[in-house]
Design a protein around this ligand. Structure first.
Ligand code: NAP
Ligand code: G3H
Length: 484
């Protein structure tokens, strides 16, 4: 799957069961965010190659749709086994390519194997239904509808850089299990990890054509893929701007979009502050805040704000900062542009009067964990997603104000509420516009069988194992008309 020159591997792309070099003759260099050197090259494939991948997928899918669920589950379980066999190699690739610390990269790989196995099991236990005609007024017993789920055809799976294996497999596994073929377009920074994951699927012996790995910049091949008439459904995870762009391009195909977030951590005056701090620190700063579900703003009641900020400061200053190879929590951001963007948000807030409690220090793309207090709604940081280790604290005087500011956001992925009053927690949860509300816990996607969704600018449709299987199939109704 690779060729080597000057110790740097060039990864081929995967088309119809073969690893090949693109006829474009062009490759894209992948720079490690912390080694600051080229760690590999991936193919910049052509439109003709995209056509070929989609054509192969369409051919292969016809037969795949006829295979038994048990057979499909066999391939998926084998894939999970191969991922586990490759655990260290894949974790190292994730670490080098996207700068995730080794322990978390390893967790991502194992979590992916578990997700694949659960997906196979879940699909084995999904059943259709039958409906009698006479349950509708005037209907007749002579009609019986048999409702089953059938595959959609070819699924386009587009994944982001921050979970290059897990978020890709979260699309590929349900798509395959449901009888579809897949065109997998990884984030360019993440494409080597994606290639390793496909290598595991290849080792599992998946019939050729069912999956193709198409590499190339989204800006070059993205629109072509999305608008391609051979695609029957798109499952996309990434930034809101990209998602909105894609939604305008795609016509008459179902879309599931998991996009950005600005998850609030609401701390009421009666919260267990020690526990809230533990959850907020882990929620906001893990992998330098490069998680869609990171806590990206704290809305704290003014009566406990000083205490909360002091506790947060103490814990933030204990966070390890540096190399992913040393399992640091705070690692360099994906690239310099990402760090510039985060710095711009901090500078804007400081200029407008926010108080730096700790941090606001930077070495190239390494942003030290930063806590800003007295952030106001006039500052960009109150609204924009940094995707970096910077947490704004907004002081509020009531639950109503917290809910209002939480809901004024363009995003609606998740929210956390920290309180000892469970009735209040439910009443606030009901009023918050987000896909999920966590009570006394950090915002997070897992466990992976829970439904996972964003509302407003955070997405459309639902992921989570069962929901993904549903979104990658449609109902097919056969009506039996009983004649005597
Ligand atoms: P991104 O820049 O939006 O890229 C996501 C994917 O879209 C990449 O594979 C990218 O390819 C591709 N792409 C770019 N332009 C495209 C086009 N015109 N058509 C089709 N595909 C195109 O996002 P990112 O920087 O990788 O990830 C960070 C963002 O994702 C954050 O906003 C984060 O909150 C969000 N995210 C959301 C979730 C969720 O589940 N809600 C999960 C993870 C991340 P290239 O890399 O080649 O440009
Ligand atoms: O980055 C977005 C992911 O969906 C977040 O997953 O909450 O498990 O870190 P996580």
């Amino acid at each position: 799957m690779t060729t080597k020159s000057k110790n740097v591997s060039t990864y081929k792309f995967y088309l119809n069961g073969k690893w090949i070099e693109s006829e474009s003759g062009r490759t894209i260099e992948i720079q490690s965010p912390y080694l600051h050197e080229t760690i590999g090259r991936v193919q910049a494939i052509t439109r003709d190659e995209v056509d070929e991948a989609i054509y192969s997928a369409r051919q292969a899918q016809k037969e795949w749709a006829q295979t038994s669920l048990q057979d499909r589950a066999h391939y998926l379980n084998k894939w999970a086994d191969e991922l586990v066999n490759m655990e260290y190699e894949i974790a190292e690739t994730i670490m080098k390519e996207v700068g995730k610390n080794f322990k978390d990269a390893q967790k991502e790989t194992v979590r992916t194997a578990e997700l694949i196995r659960y997906t196979a099991e879940e699909a084995l236990h999904m059943h259709g239904k039958s409906m009698a005609g006479d349950s509708f007024p005037g209907g007749s017993k002579t009609k019986l509808a048999i409702v089953k789920r059938v595959p959609l055809g070819v699924i386009l799976a587009i994944s982001p850089f921050n979970y290059p294996v897990n978020l890709a497999a979260a699309k590929i596994a349900p798509a395959l299990m449901a009888g579809n073929a897949v065109i997998f377009k990884p984030a360019t920074q993440g494409a080597i990890s994606g290639a390793k994951m496909i290598e595991a699927l290849d080792k599992a012996g998946l019939p050729k054509g069912l999956i193709s790995l198409v590499t190339g910049r989204g800006s070059e091949i993205g629109d072509y893929l999305v608008e391609h008439p051979g695609i029957n459904m798109i499952s996309f995870t990434g930034g809101t701007n990209t998602g909105v762009h894609l939604a305008k391009k795609a016509t008459m195909v179902p879309l599931v979009l998991e996009l950005g977030g600005k998850d609030p951590g609401i701390v009421r005056e009666d919260a267990d502050l020690q526990e809230a701090v533990k959850q907020i620190i882990s929620g906001a700063y893990s992998y330098s805040g490069q998680r869609c579900t990171a806590i990206k703003r704290v809305l704290v009641h003014e009566s406990v704000a000083n205490q909360l900020v002091a506790l947060l400061k103490e814990e933030i200053e204990k966070l390890s900062v540096g190399s992913p190879e040393q399992d640091s929590v705070i690692v360099p951001l994906i690239d310099d542009a990402a760090a510039d963007f985060v710095q711009g948000l901090v500078d804007d807030a400081v200029e407008k009067g926010a108080v730096v409690v700790t941090g606001n220090k930077r070495k190239q793309n390494l942003i030290y964990p930063t806590l800003l207090d007295h952030v106001t709604t006039e500052m960009r940081l109150a609204w924009e997603e940094p995707f970096g280790p910077v947490l704004p604290v907004i002081r509020v005087s009531s639950d109503e104000e917290a809910v209002r500011i939480a809901n004024e956001s363009e995003f609606g992925l998740q929210a956390s509420i920290f309180t000892k009053d469970i009735d209040k927690a439910f009443s606030l949860a009901n009023r918050i516009e987000s896909g999920t509300v966590q009570i006394n816990g950090r915002t997070e996607r897992g466990p992976d069988h829970f439904p996972f969704l964003g509302v407003k600018g955070s997405g459309m449709g639902v992921q989570g194992i069962h929901k993904s299987l549903e979104s990658m199939t449609r109902e097919k109704v056969t009506v039996l008309n009983i004649t005597n």
